[in-house]
Design a protein around this ligand. Structure first.
Ligand SMILES: Cc1cc2nc3c(=O)[nH]c(=O)nc-3n(C[C@H](O)[C@H](O)[C@H](O)COP(=O)(O)O)c2cc1C
Length: 177
């Protein structure tokens, strides 16, 4: 499979990207082709709701979202990678999701596989349900086939993450797809 990894953390070597690296290691061992796109360091702007695209056409904004769109439309699987910010995804990743708007039909008709990888500081039960529900709803709406989630509680810094069980979990998810 061709798998596109979409990263939404401002920390290039931060916790969510560490977990993503473990997923990539597992997936590459299984022979999958990985494309990494660091959305947090690309020129991407929020959807401005102008409706120029009519939800199925050219976007009025010319930025790096075209690279992400092309990668998603030519991949078998997407992995969304994000730190938890106020119980949701980062704004950097949310911009990517909102910009699906101009190619929602094209993308949803592909029925691609997806996964979610997140990192949060806290380790209690009330950190991850909200981002997980949002992701699951997105999967239902976009006809994505969810392959799994790595909900990295207690992953507040790279050293916390390095010692967490979620590293192995992310690796196993990569091996399993
Ligand atoms: C703006 C902001 C909001 C945050 N919100 C939460 C939160 O709601 N729950 C939590 O446990 N950690 C929260 N954190 C901590 C980060 O999720 C955590 O440090 C994570 O490891 C960062 O991942 P990264 O290194 O991949 O960017 C927040 C951090 C920032 C900067």
């Amino acid at each position: 499979m061709k798998i596109v990894i979409i990263k939404g953390s401002p920390h290039k070597n931060g916790s969510s990207n560490m977990l993503a690296d473990q997923f990539i290691k597992g997936a590459e061992e299984k022979g999958h082709k990985i494309i990494e796109l660091d959305a947090a360091h690309m020129d991407i702007h929020p959807c401005i709701g102008c409706d120029y695209c009519g939800m199925n056409g050219e976007c009025s904004q010319k930025d790096d979202i075209a690279n992400i769109r092309d990668a998603l439309l030519s991949s078998d699987m997407a992995v969304f990678v994000t730190p938890v910010y106020y119980f949701g995804m980062s704004a950097q990743l949310k911009m990517v999701i909102d910009r699906f708007y101009s190619y929602t039909m094209k993308l949803s008709s592909k029925h691609i596989k997806t996964a979610l990888i997140t990192a949060a500081w806290d380790s209690n039960d009330d950190v991850m349900p909200y981002i997980a529900e949002h992701y699951k709803k997105l999967c239902r709406y976009m006809h994505f086939k969810d392959m799994g989630m790595v909900l990295g509680t207690g992953c507040g810094t790279p050293s916390m993450t390095a010692g967490s069980i979620h590293m192995e979990e992310a690796y196993r998810l990569g091996r399993s797809v």
